[in-house]
Write a new protein. Structure first.
Length: 367
């Protein structure tokens, strides 16, 4: 009987399911479907899988596609090798989906970005470089999916996201040599004074294009690191409560893993049981000290160097990015802070408006 694989959870899980599903197809199983319970748009970037994918709400999915299928709900977190740190998330999916007894090699996440996401990413990076007057760009994803904003407080009780005070400290250090783009839907209090760019209205496929066009990625245990790995971008990933062997790529020469929770964490058996004691133990494992901040910055400089003395850029496309973006003030440049939905334009005193900027401004006023 042909199979229907139900894939659920966060975007990172969706990305990490792809190599195993491709292997299933390569093994001669072409008549299968993938029911994506979340983030189905990510599969559009995989040319080997996109024709097999159906969102959970697809019309007549059960009657037309599922009644003659064996339903499989792979759960990588329940794989013995996974919770004993003998395999990573990609390998755990492979063991589940392809019924393997041994831990396989880590499969590659194959992403085929469309032209719009590639061009938009390149032009957004170009705009940030032109505005902040530096020729290296670091994408910084400080928060994971479990981070919460309540009032003036931002916290992550799972110990996977950076602390706000550390985020500000890291940004200040990075700003000395690099442009910084925040990959975050959560607004950090006072971020507009930090001299960073914070694009809005970008989906994950769009962020894949931005990361692809940037010079470096800095993040935590979240989707950004998987996108960086998929597009071959060098990265520094800071880990707290989770194990690098499970959720990241310590074997990759392009990845620098800074394990802030080493010898202090307890495994939290997510989707197996609930262990509140482990969660409380791990809660503060992403609080980093000044030496770790220096190590983070050094890891980036070692891979991409510091700022170049000669700033020069070549346009990739005549079309300017139409993604809404805010760039905060800094000591070197003071572009205006934009509200959500407003196009980013450079003031007349700084730079003459391009035709596309004028069109976007007119459309914004109409709306």
């Amino acid at each position: 009987m042909n199979k229907a694989f139900f894939i659920n959870g966060g975007a990172g899980r969706v990305l990490c399911s792809m190599p195993a599903l491709e292997r299933h197809k390569e093994n001669g199983n072409d008549d299968f479907i993938i029911v994506s319970e979340s983030w189905s748009e990510l599969y559009l970037n995989n040319k080997n899988l996109r024709d097999h994918v159906y969102p959970l709400g697809h019309k007549d999915l059960f009657e037309e596609k599922l009644k003659d299928k064996k339903i499989i709900s792979p759960e990588p977190y329940r794989v013995n090798q996974y919770f004993n740190q003998k395999c990573n998330l990609i390998q755990a999916f492979d063991i589940e989906i392809n019924e393997l007894d041994e831990v396989p090699e880590t499969g590659k996440i194959n992403l085929d970005l469309n032209k719009e996401d590639q061009i938009t990413g390149h032009n957004l990076i170009l705009e940030v470089k032109e505005t902040l007057k530096k020729d290296k760009v670091v994408i910084f994803q400080p928060f994971g999916q479990s981070a919460k904003a309540e009032g003036n407080f931002i916290y992550d009780s799972t110990g996977r996201s950076f602390e706000v005070s550390n985020i500000i400290e890291i940004i200040k250090e990075l700003n000395k040599d690099f442009c910084v783009i925040l990959m975050s839907e959560i607004e950090i209090p006072g971020w507009t004074s930090l001299g960073v760019a914070k694009p809005t209205g970008i989906g994950l496929n769009g962020w894949a294009g931005v990361i692809n066009a940037a010079d470096y990625f800095l993040g935590c245990d979240s989707v950004g690191q998987h996108l960086a790995h998929a597009v071959g971008k060098p990265a520094t990933v800071v880990i707290g409560s989770t194990f690098p062997e499970n959720i990241s790529y310590p074997e990759s020469k392009d990845f620098t893993i800074i394990d802030n929770g080493k010898d202090k964490r307890r495994y939290s058996p997510i989707r197996v049981t609930m262990d509140l004691n482990a969660d409380r133990n791990n809660e503060d494992l992403m609080v980093v000290d000044k030496d770790t901040v220096k190590k983070i910055v050094k890891s980036i400089k070692d891979k991409v160097g510091s700022k170049s003395k000669n700033f020069g850029l070549k346009a990739f496309s005549p079309k300017k990015s139409d993604r809404p973006m805010a760039i905060s003030a800094s000591t070197n440049v003071t572009p205006p802070v934009k509200k959500f939905g407003e196009p980013f334009t450079v003031p007349k005193s700084k730079k003459k408006k391009k035709p596309i900027d004028e069109i976007l401004e007119i459309e914004a006023k109409k709306s």
